[in-house]
Design a protein around this ligand. Structure first.
Ligand code: GDP
Ligand code: MG
Length: 439
């Protein structure tokens, strides 16, 4: 039968001892797309893929992994390596004060990050001093002062009449008399890099000789972040990077490119507007995020061994013919439940982390029971064609299942999400494992 044939194909795939060129090429096709989609610089992707190919082909496949999973594992490691491998820290001067200078374009998050960094260091027992070095933006000094007040950290300012280089110099002189052991200089940005900005930053650098010049870049700007980082590194010279706004829908590809292109490590990541939303940067975590595919392959693998092939085939057929109904959804949920905790299963799907947040789709056991109850309260006709479920039907279903109308609404939304998701999975299976999908 077809099912037998498929099972044999999988056995063959699993039984392989070494990664073949074909295995690697298949897996890397998807990786390449994922990276480009995550906004990783084209050249960086090209170099990386070449490197991974070279490293992967001929490697012994770990017993617990399929060839494709093994390739993904190598990709993850290489991505983390590219971003510096391990976490890097701020260099603390042997003789205080340590001078940290934040640079970057307007709106990148310098002033906010100055506050966050001061907060972070204060929690580590340091005594930071914030320095208001942006004298051009009307409210810049005030902005820093407000942050300082919130954090109970002093802010050094000479108003907007003195040159930033003099402000920085006097701040360093005063730090010790104020018993501050680390000073964080907030500088002015511009909309674009220009000579005037660079000259100002260079003169501060030459005068106060910072221990750390940290470039603040906005992760949301994607490829532009790379251009900016390259320019600042070439012109001014930087020691590290702080990537802000990673809490938004920045795909994070910039993180990878920025390190690859400048050779300078990312030291912190900004994860929100609040003053505690700064985290030390972890390359390995970022690698998984950039890959953005969760652990698709292991999910597929798990599904293969648990779902009966016949059933899966049937579903695939229905999906293709757009006949996937709430009955099938119910079936599917009960099948998937056998695979393990749903959170974990969903986490393995690409992009699901995000979708879960957006749709409030945090399935738990209680919710699963609700879902099952709701579907069971529907008529056969409703299960076949949810589009007929209007307001009064929703009310009836909610009553019948002991849930609320908004639960019914949510389920219907989840159903349509699941439908889309399964289509995606199906497409992935097709392109990811030649002969491995349920055809
Ligand atoms: P500057 O011009 O470089 O000093 O940038 P600001 O510090 O004034 O920040 C510009 C905007 O970005 C402000 O609205 C900040 O609240 C926001 N911002 C900074 N860092 C982050 C971050 O990590 N996440 C989010 N969501 N917003 C941030
Ligand atoms: Mg600012």
């Amino acid at each position: 039968s077809l099912a037998d044939k498929l099972q044999q194909t999988f056995k063959k795939l699993r039984g392989r001892g070494k990664l073949s060129e074909g295995d690697v090429a298949d897996a890397l096709k998807e990786v390449r797309l994922a990276l480009l989609e995550a906004d990783v610089n084209f050249k960086v992707v090209k170099d990386l893929i070449a490197k991974i190919k070279e490293r992967a082909i001929g490697q012994e496949v770990l017993e617990s992994l399929t060839p494709a999973q093994h390739v993904i594992k190598i990709v993850n490691e290489e991505l983390a390596n590219l971003m510096g491998g391990t976490q890097s820290r701020i260099v603390i001067a042997s003789k205080p004060p340590t001078v940290v200078m934040l640079v970057g374009l307007q709106g990148a998050g310098k002033t906010t990050t100055a506050g966050k960094l001061a907060n972070h260091l204060k929690r580590q027992g340091k005594r930071p001093l914030l320095v208001a070095g942006d004298i051009y933006r009307p409210a810049a000094i005030k902005q820093l002062q407000v942050l300082g007040e919130q954090l109970d950290i002093p802010v050094f300012t000479l108003g907007d009449k003195e040159r930033p280089v003099d402000i920085a110099k006097k701040a360093v002189e005063q730090a010790l008399s104020m018993a501050r052991d680390i000073i964080i200089i907030d500088t002015a940005g511009r909309l674009h890099i220009n000579e005037e900005l660079m000259q100002e930053l260079k003169s501060i650098k030459q005068t106060v000789r910072p221990h750390e010049i940290l470039l603040v870049v906005d992760a949301m700007t994607g490829q532009d972040a790379v251009t900016v980082a390259e320019a600042f590194n070439n012109d001014l010279g930087i020691d590290g990077i702080i990537l802000t706004k990673l809490d938004g829908d920045a795909r994070g590809g910039a993180a990878l490119s920025v390190k690859a292109v400048t050779g300078k490590p990312i030291k912190f990541a900004g994860m929100g507007e609040k003053l505690d939303a700064l985290e030390p940067f972890h390359p390995d975590r970022m690698a998984s995020r950039i890959l953005g595919m969760g652990d698709v392959l292991s999910l597929i693998e798990k599904a293969e061994s648990n779902l009966s092939l016949e059933k899966a085939q049937e579903l695939q057929k229905k999906l293709r013919k757009e006949e996937f109904t709430l009955n099938d959804f119910l079936d599917q949920i009960e099948q998937v439940r056998k695979l393990g905790p749903l959170d974990q299963i969903l986490g393995m799907l690409p992009g699901m982390g995000k979708i879960k947040q957006l749709q409030g789709m945090d399935f738990d056991e209680k919710e699963i029971k609700h879902i099952i109850a709701i579907i069971r309260s529907m008529t056969a006709k409703e299960r076949r064609d949810p589009s007929i479920i209007n307001g009064s039907r929703r009310k009836r279903i909610a009553l019948g299942s002991g849930t609320r109308v908004q639960d019914v609404n949510r389920l219907l939304k989840q159903f349509s999400e699941a439908k889309k998701m399964m289509k995606r999975l199906q497409e992935m299976q097709k392109s990811g494992k030649k002969g491995g999908g349920f055809k």
